[in-house]
Design a protein around this ligand. Structure first.
Ligand code: FEO
Length: 170
């Protein structure tokens, strides 16, 4: 039987991941309104990945005979004015999500729940990648965002991102 605290934290995390999807969709929304379809594509795919994260947790809880409670998803509340704003908000958000995953990991460790620790290993690695991607985008924008031609190229690069299902299958 899964530890109640661990199950509760995983249940909460489903909501946090769905909020992340909603937040990233709002970033895509912002870039679409600015005519930057490549940036919009990047964040639309990011939103899909967050839905995948939520579904992995949802399925994991069900596979372990846990009930799932779905709560309301909060409205994205970040305000974007400059093209850089979603990029810095995304990095701050991923750092926050990393702290949430670490908290669940710590609870699983305390409960000696090795199965959940192994399940979360994938998320720990994923958070490292997501933070690196977010920092990388900020760096590129710092370098190239001030030049129209370079921004056009960066937008074209981001338009090439394609969705792929998560490597973790349950
Ligand atoms: Fe599901 Fe971007 O962390």
């Amino acid at each position: 039987m899964m530890d109640k605290k661990v199950a509760g934290l995983l249940n909460d995390q489903i909501n946090k991941e769905l909020y992340s999807a909603y937040l990233y969709l709002d970033m895509a929304n912002f870039y679409s309104s600015k005519g930057l379809d490549g940036f919009a594509n990047w964040y639309e795919i990011q939103a899909k990945e967050e839905q995948d994260h939520a579904m992995l947790m949802y399925k994991y809880l069900h596979n372990n005979d846990q009930d799932v409670t779905l709560e309301a998803i909060a409205k994205p509340d970040k305000e974007f004015k400059e093209l850089m704003d979603p990029l810095t908000a995304a990095l701050a958000h991923e750092q926050y999500v990393t702290s949430l995953i670490n908290t669940i990991y710590d609870a699983a460790c305390e409960a000696k729940d090795h199965r959940t620790m192994q399940f979360l290993d994938w998320f720990v690695k994923e958070q490292g990648e997501e933070e690196a991607n977010s920092s990388g985008l900020i760096r590129k924008m710092e370098l190239f965002g001030g030049d129209a031609k370079a921004l056009y190229m960066l937008n074209s690069e981001l338009a090439g991102r394609v969705y792929s299902a998560p490597s973790l299958q349950l």
